[in-house]
Design a protein around this ligand. Structure first.
Ligand code: DP6
Length: 328
């Protein structure tokens, strides 16, 4: 009989090459492969308890009963581990983030990666990393990249089996820092899930998908060779392409605020002035400003001074999602 309870932690990740659009929405098989870096120091901590006395699945998120949509995704993941294990108990899931949710820092990525590890352990399964990554993927695509550690590639694949993420370099490989300029802490107006559904309605998406393997290869090589200039160029190009698709979908979406553009402009100016920095933006107004660790203090200080920036978080490359065996 398994313990029926387990706790796990996972970091969110920032995509260098973005996931936007699916070839199969139900299974979350993406239209393109993607690459990301885990963000150390930012964590989701998730405890799952299955039991015969629990009448229905429950999700407590940051101390509050979660909305129906989050419970629905959680239940789908729990259903997968129930099917594999043969134990059909309901579960209580408690999850906490130490960073603000819904701001473009992907809390769903860390949350579902931690859930995949905790739920499978609680129900007595010992899944390998690709299996955990697939499990997390079906709840939230980017969550599959928070299962392995460091710098991570999600190979798009063609079906459930070959669509999962793996580490291309460990966290210690490269001292990059993500200085996150927080511009708004409000919940984002349109969930990424809805954006993925309409990505193909943009006339630019086909060109973005067709040209993505080149950017993927360039980014992978830049990471392996610790080549910041090459990384900066491809990261900004890929982010701009994703937002071009977002802005030209039907209906069109716009995640940027005036201060988002202000930070983009500043980063470009700082780079012209000799500072090694680049920007990338997920589905929200906040700007992730990447730089080598030696420059992180300077970059954070400049971001704090920038109009419209409310706060600056900074994160080094983070490790894999992990089970905390001593905590129940
Ligand atoms: C802009 O993984 O949040 O952050 O699968 O619907 O949960 P769902 O989408 P999600 O999409 C992430 C979009 C992105 C880019 C990225 O992380 O690659």
């Amino acid at each position: 009989m398994p313990d029926l309870t387990a706790t796990a932690i996972a970091c969110p990740n920032i995509a260098f090459i973005k996931y936007w659009g699916n070839r199969d929405h139900r299974l979350r098989i993406p239209s393109t492969s993607s690459i990301s870096m885990n963000l150390d120091g930012l964590f989701s901590r998730t405890t799952v308890t299955f039991g015969p006395d629990i009448v229905a699945d429950q999700l407590i998120l940051n101390g509050e009963v979660a909305q129906a949509a989050a419970l629905h995704r959680t239940r789908a993941l729990l259903d997968q581990v129930r099917t594999i294990s043969g134990y059909y108990y309901s579960a209580r899931v408690e999850s906490e983030n130490n960073f603000p949710t819904g701001t473009g820092i992907a809390s769903s990525a860390s949350g579902f990666a931690a859930l995949a590890v905790a739920a499978s352990r609680a129900i007595g399964l010992t899944l390998d990393e690709p299996a955990l990554s697939r499990l997390a993927r079906r709840a939230s695509g980017s969550a599959c990249r928070s299962v392995p550690g460091g710098f991570v590639e999600w190979q798009a694949g063609k079906d459930n089996e070959d669509s999962y993420a793996f580490s291309i370099a460990p966290a210690e490989h490269w001292g990059l820092v993500d200085c996150i300029a927080i511009i708004s802490q409000a919940h984002k107006s349109t969930a990424s899930q809805e954006g993925h559904l309409i990505a193909d309605s943009s006339p630019l998406q086909a060109a973005r998908v067709a040209s993505s393997p080149v950017r993927l290869a360039t980014c992978r090589l830049a990471i392996l060779q610790r080549d910041f200039d090459s990384l900066a160029a491809v990261v900004e190009l890929d982010s701009n392409l994703m937002h071009a698709v977002i802005m030209t979908s039907t209906p069109p979406l716009l995640y940027w605020l005036p201060a988002t553009v202000q930070v983009i402009q500043s980063v470009i100016d700082w780079r012209k002035g000799g500072l090694p920095v680049c920007y990338t933006i997920d589905a929200g107004p906040n700007v992730h400003v990447l730089c080598p660790a030696d420059y992180a203090e300077e970059v954070s200080a400049r971001l704090v001074q920038t109009e419209g920036v409310k706060d600056v978080l900074s994160a080094h490359p983070g490790g894999p999602a992990r089970w905390l065996p001593d905590e129940h």
